[in-house]
Structure formats: C-alpha cells, structure tokens
Ligand binder design. Structure first.
Ligand code: ADP
Ligand code: MG
Length: 329
C-alpha cells in the first residue's frame, strides 16, 4: 500500500489489541451473540475473530475492505446520533494496509457464504465459499511489512494482556454476548453470555470479589429527564484486592471509554465516605443522549468529552455514594 494508507493505518492500528478492538466492535454492530477471538504469538502471527452476526453478502465484501466504505451511516447528520460503534469505514481498510486479511462470511438468509482476502493492500475477488452463518475475519502477519512498528511492540505476553484486558472490558459492557478468547490454542477468558453483569464480574475478578461488590443504580428523581445521564453498574467496598485505576471501567452508551474525570468521580465518592486507601473496583455504565457528547474526539481512541461535564461528574458521584451507603448483605 502507499505511504498515505500506511500512515492512516497507524492512526487506527497501533498494536494487536487495536485490531481486536475494531474487529469485535464490528461483530457487536452486526448483532452477534457469540464472539470468539483466537490469538497466536500475541496477535502478531494471527488474530481471528469469529462471530454469529448478520454476515456480509458476497457483493458487499469488496466494499468492507475499502476505505470510507461503511454500511452504518447514510447521511452526515446521522453522526450526531450514532448508535453503532463504527461509522467511519476505515478500520478494515487500515488493518488490510498492515496485514494479510481474509473475510469469510455468510448472512443468515443465504445458501452459501463467500470470502475475500487482501494482502499488501491488494484486494482479491470475492468468491463463493462454505461458511457458517456470521463472519470470520483472519488477520495474519500484522506489521510484518512495518518493521518500525514491530520494534515498538513489547513482549508477546504484554500484547496478549492488552487484548485480554480489552476483551474483559467489552464483556463487561455486553454481558449478553458470549465471549471466548484463546491464546496459543488455550482458553484464557470466557463469559457465559447470560446477560448478567454479575456473571462477567465473576469471570474478570473472581467470585469472591464479585460477591463483595454493590450495585450502582442512579435512577431516581431524574427518571424522566432525558438530559440527565443514567448511571448503572457495580462498585466494590474496600477489600484486600490490590486494585489500581485500571480496575475502574466506564462505558458510555456501551462504548468503553477512559476518562480521568469519571475516575475522579468514583474515587471522590469513596473519599467522601472516608473509604480511603486502595482504589475501588468499579464498572459503571452511563447512558446519555449522544448530543451531549463531543463527537470530534477521534472515535478509535477511548477518550471522551462531555458537553456538560459537571452534570456527568455529579451523577456518578451521587450514584456511587448511594451504592456504597447501602447496608452490606
Ligand atoms: P465501520 O465499522 O466504521 O463501518 P469497518 O472498516 O470497521 O467500518 O467495516 C466496514 C464494513 O464492513 C462495515 O460497515 C460492515 O458493513 C462490514 N463488516 C465488518 N465486519 C463485519 C462483521 N463482523 N459482520 C458484519 N459486517 C461486518
Ligand atoms: Mg468498524
């Protein structure tokens, strides 16, 4: 691929976990209830994501790999009200610029599947192929043509743990999806997909910690106020677990985000109740009208900006405090 394509790819694809993120977001957007991720050599040799979502018809396979081809936003006005995780149509094209990519897919209502592959930015013809319902995307030899990027990456274990952490976050955001993750053929993470956040907490933190967490539910007098963020989740009471800020997860409209402001709000609730010492473990889901989000922050990044930051801060602080004030069971 040309230099421009490689530079554009660098925006989206920093390391194996960035590829995994884009692929599973696509699987989620496709309505999948089962997502499987297989990694070899920390994702550098192979990343394979298999889902049971809507699939891609043969004639749309070439488009899926083309830059700025997205099936998700029809008019630019829609950008204010994005509900899908992807909308730029850049991810697959960017990944194909720095790896060998194969798509195998079959929509539910078609007899036969189809596949297509891309190598060094060259896209093959789509051909019929046997496939289960859903989509399997295989990414091989990531960055093998970008030695500068390879040199920047850490050990295989570090890359696996980045992928693992990311998948834990998505599993927490989507308890109704059954996630299975393997590395070198061994299962390293799995969730039941029973729709219960608690079940995912058990897989991520263990039963003992999950049982010590209290439910956060900020819904009260603001029930009918569409401008007020809805806050739900779980937060730990102080425990012996050596938690760090990494153990506070936030999802805004089901998108995983990192935000110092949100972390400070949860910690603020802790400190205001004189629960000092360690960081809490928390999973906080925020539902907010998308028009209160700044959409100009690069969507591939996990940062977020709110237009009414103080209101969000206050909502989280209140909901977390209320949860921590409950009597332990
Ligand atoms: P975006 O997600 O921003 O639309 P992508 O490059 O990530 O762009 O994907 C391009 C298109 O390929 C998507 O719009 C979608 O139509 C299709 N696609 C990609 N992955 C899947 C999948 N797992 N299941 C169904 N369709 C998919
Ligand atoms: Mg996408």
């Amino acid at each position: 691929p040309d230099v421009a394509a490689k530079i554009a790819a660098g925006e989206v694809v920093e390391r194996p976990a960035s590829v995994v993120k884009e692929l599973i977001e696509n699987s989620i957007d496709a309505g999948s209830t089962q997502i499987r991720v297989d990694l070899m050599n920390g994702g550098l040799q192979l990343i394979r994501v298999t889902d049971n979502g809507s699939g891609i018809p043969l004639e749309e396979l070439p488009l899926a790999l083309e830059r700025h081809a997205t099936s998700k936003v029809s008019v630019i006005d829609d950008l204010e009200q994005i509900h899908s995780l992807g909308f730029r149509g850049e991810a697959l094209a960017s990944i194909a610029a720095v790896a060998e990519v194969t798509l195998l897919s079959r929509p539910r209502d078609t007899e036969q599947g189809a596949q297509i592959s891309a190598e060094s930015g060259r896209i093959s013809n789509a051909t019929p192929a046997a496939s289960p319902v859903g989509t399997t995307i295989t990414v091989r030899n990531l960055f093998s043509a970008v030695p500068a990027r390879l040199k920047f990456l850490k050990s295989r274990n570090t890359e696996v743990s980045h992928c693992h952490h990311l998948l834990e976050q998505y599993a927490l955001a989507y308890p109704e999806i059954r996630f299975t993750v393997t590395s070198e053929g061994k299962q390293i993470f799995a969730t039941p997909g029973d729709g219960k956040l608690f079940s995912v907490l058990v897989q991520v933190y263990g039963l003992q910690i999950a049982e010590q967490m209290v439910e956060v539910d900020g819904d009260d007098e603001h029930e009918d106020d569409g401008e007020y963020p809805r806050v739900k989740g779980f937060v730990s009471r102080p425990s012996a677990y050596k938690s760090t800020r990494q153990h506070i997860s936030f999802f805004v409209n089901r998108r995983w985000v990192l935000s110092r402001m949100l972390t400070t709000a949860v910690e603020g609730a802790y400190h205001s109740l004189l629960l000092s010492g360690r960081h809490p473990i928390a999973v906080i889901n925020i539902q907010i009208d998308p028009s209160f989000l700044d959409v100009n922050v690069h969507p591939a990044k996990t940062e977020i900006r709110f237009l009414k930051e103080r209101r969000v801060f206050a909502a989280i602080l209140r909901a977390t405090r209320k949860a921590l004030l409950q009597e332990p069971e």
